[in-house]
Design a protein around this ligand. Structure first.
Ligand code: GLU
Length: 472
């Protein structure tokens, strides 16, 4: 695999963009404006680690501001560089547009290996990074709202929130300056599993489409399909869980240290616990080992879910991939060269910037919750339950029949926050899938689903720019 610095990720995104833009009639200037990163902030700041001073390199890129705030995660990884952050911020613009989340695109990153630091040191780095963002107005509920990404999670988000609120006292909407927070700090229920669940909803919708499944020679439905998940982080773990619960068979799971394979099916939670205990996924009882994590990508399966980092499927290994569907849970796991190979091989690639949009969709619900200062469902839950009780009582009295206890509990239940969030996510993913597929099938020259997704995104962003009146 080429080193991240050799791989020009932003160029790859531009390439996909240009391929799609050719199918639209937008003015060249508008297309050029959409493609560019609007604001790029590169910073170096000192942090005392032990008795040494370390100079930390970090970035925040706002790719677009046609909608405010701009939105996107913050990544902690040694592979973070300007090219990567620019590419990921561009993907956020298109992702938000496709799922109708009214944000511009952004992304941030700190070039560190988080495993090398104590929590105290990580906290110092995160807080300093946040204060750098505040200084330049690169964070705020109405300007730019970070979230978790590779190497970060709820803990880092609460440090960001705390730094922000202490430097901006009295800001009534301050909770909305970052999403992916713990529930106790203004987070929303369902955010943690959102990206994985969105991946599942998206693939489930794709698999329900007879015309698409006929194209790749698979029966409809997720149940019974053989699935491989590469990367058992937050996204991969939850995607694996929802696929298994949906009746699919997890035949292989991969992590840094290698991969395991069992054609009878694996349970992601048991594997996760095993790895926690032994420090490795390898030698899992009843499974075959693959020393190289990337070997798992080449096992025959129906659905392959790369859920780790970019560029894992490229020119070199793409010819050996035997999956029928590739669902990009990670951002940018396939290079444009791999895309071309899969078009030739008739493999269906379900693209990242729509498939992994569940995270930002639920971030949007969290942001709305923070701005409205009320938990989703609080105002109507009881009302619904009281109303449902009356309706059911009436039906039982009129018919003289009683429904079972399980059925009764289900019917009476008023929506909790997590029910509302999950249903909003399900609706979002289904609508986006249908929109992209309709676009794809509207023109038989559109080569793949990624191009169709980009066309949908470009049309939405361009309309928004045009309606802003920026371009006379
Ligand atoms: N980091 C996630 C992504 O790449 C979530 C972004 C967000 O919630 O703002 O989509």
């Amino acid at each position: 695999m080429p080193a991240a610095t050799e791989y020009k990720f932003f160029e790859a995104v531009e390439k996909s963009f240009d391929k799609a833009a050719a199918f639209t009639n937008w003015d060249k200037g508008i297309l050029e404006q959409i493609k560019q990163c609007n604001s790029v902030y590169r910073m170096n700041f000192p942090v005392k680690i032990g008795d040494q001073i370390e100079v930390i390199k970090a970035y925040r890129v706002q790719h677009s501001q046609h909608k405010s705030p701009s939105k996107g995660g913050i990544r902690f990884s040694l592979s973070v560089n300007l090219d990567e952050v620019m590419a990921l911020s561009a993907l956020m613009t298109y992702k938000c547009a496709i799922v109708n989340v009214p944000f511009g695109g952004a992304k941030g990153g700190i070039c560190i290996d988080p495993k090398k630091y104590t929590p105290y040191e990580l906290e110092k780095i995160t807080r300093r990074y946040t204060s750098e963002l505040i200084k330049k107005n690169f964070i705020g509920p109405g300007t730019d709202v970070p979230a978790p990404d590779y190497g970060t999670g709820e803990r880092e988000m609460s440090w960001i929130l705390d730094t922000y609120t202490s430097l901006r006292p009295g800001e009534v909407d301050a909770l909305a300056c970052v999403t992916g927070k713990p529930v106790s700090q203004g987070g929303v229920r369902g955010r943690r599993e959102a990206t994985g669940l969105g991946v599942y909803f998206g693939i489930r919708e794709v698999c329900s489409m007879e015309r698409l499944m006929n194209k790749i020679g698979l029966p409809t439905g997720v149940a019974g399909k053989r699935v491989i998940v590469q990367g058992l982080g937050n996204v991969g773990y939850h995607a694996a869980k929802f696929f298994r619960e949906g009746g699919a068979k997890l035949i292989a799971l991969a992590e840094y240290e290698g991969a395991i394979f069992n054609p009878e099916g694996l349970n992601e939670e048991e594997v996760f616990q095993y790895r926690k205990k032994t420090g490795s996924i390898l030698n899992y009882p009843g499974a075959k080992n693959f020393e190289q994590s990337t070997d798992a990508l080449e096992i025959e399966c129906d659905i392959l879910i790369p859920a780790a980092l970019e560029n894992v499927v490229n020119q070199e290994n793409a010819p050996r991939i035997k999956a029928k569907i590739i669902g990009e849970a990670a951002n940018g796991p396939l290079t444009p060269e791999a895309d071309e190979i899969f078009i030739q091989k008739g493999i269906l690639v379900v693209p990242d910037m729509y498939l992994n949009a569940g995270g930002v969709t639920v971030s949007y619900f969290e942001w709305l919750k923070n701005l409205s200062h009320v938990r989703h469902g609080r105002m109507e839950k009881r009302f619904t339950e009281n109303m449902n009780t009356r309706i059911l009582n009436q039906i039982e009295n009129l018919t003289g029949k009683k429904v079972s206890k399980t059925e009764k509990d289900f019917i009476l239940h008023g929506a909790d926050e997590v029910d509302i969030v999950n249903s909003g996510l399900e609706e979002t993913m289904i609508t986006a899938t249908r929109e992209i597929i309709d676009c794809w099938f509207s023109n038989d020259k559109i080569p793949d689903m990624r191009t169709a997704a980009y066309i949908v995104a470009i049309n939405k962003v361009a309309t928004s720019y045009a309606e802003l009146g920026i371009f006379p």
